[in-house]
Design a protein around this ligand. Structure first.
Ligand code: SF4
Length: 191
């Protein structure tokens, strides 16, 4: 839960400066404006990202779409923020993974500072895989019990949130140009 005295947008900006991981854009929208597309969860089954059946925060192990939607809509507002990674070319998978890692480091720190807040990140939970600037793709304890249930960060996509529509609603750029990748996170609060 975010204390009412905390300005979430200022907080994430301060953490971004402290970690030297720049936020490209951020915006606050009412959570009721979030557009859900549960059919997108069907795409998870194709396992393009490699997290299907590998993480507690991705299908089929994550909470149901209905339960996640209910939790999101129980909060008044949503803060969206993005980071952008420039790539050498569209095959620069190492650059993409590095970008995801830095975005995840920022999201993990924000969740830590907002203990108890509902936070969604880019891809499967990064808590056990991102440490000290190193990322290991398959470090989730799944199917063994989650090591840090209170810290875990759920995938935006696995909540059935349509990120393209989210970017339009929040007026945050979805695509920052050829040879770049944009990562999204979401923080729910009631202020
Ligand atoms: S905290 Fe660790 S074990 Fe739990 S979901 Fe995240 S990565 Fe998996």
């Amino acid at each position: 839960m975010i204390e009412s005295t905390v300005d979430p947008q200022k907080l994430i900006s301060d953490i971004s400066v402290k970690l030297n991981i720049p936020i490209r854009e951020s915006a606050v929208i009412p959570s009721s404006a979030i557009i859900f597309s549960p059919e997108l969860l069907e795409c998870c089954k194709t396992n393009v990202c490699g997290n299907y059946n590998k993480s507690w925060t991705c299908p089929p192990a994550c909470e149901s779409f209905e339960k996640q939607r209910e939790k999101i809509l129980s909060h008044k507002n949503a803060l969206i923020f993005t980071t952008v990674r420039e790539l050498e070319d569209s095959f620069d998978y190492e650059g993409m993974e590095k970008g995801r890692m830095f975005h995840s480091m920022l999201t993990i720190e924000i969740k830590k500072r907002l203990a108890g807040a509902l936070v969604f990140g880019a891809g499967g939970c990064p808590v056990c895989s991102v440490k000290d600037g190193i990322s290991e793709k398959t470090a989730c304890a799944y199917p063994d019990p989650c090591l840090f249930p209170e810290k875990r960060i759920v995938s935006i996509e696995a909540a059935g949130i349509n990120v393209t529509e989210l970017s339009k609603t929040a007026k945050v750029t979805y695509n920052n140009g050829q040879n770049s990748v944009t990562f999204f996170s979401l923080v729910l609060f009631d202020k």
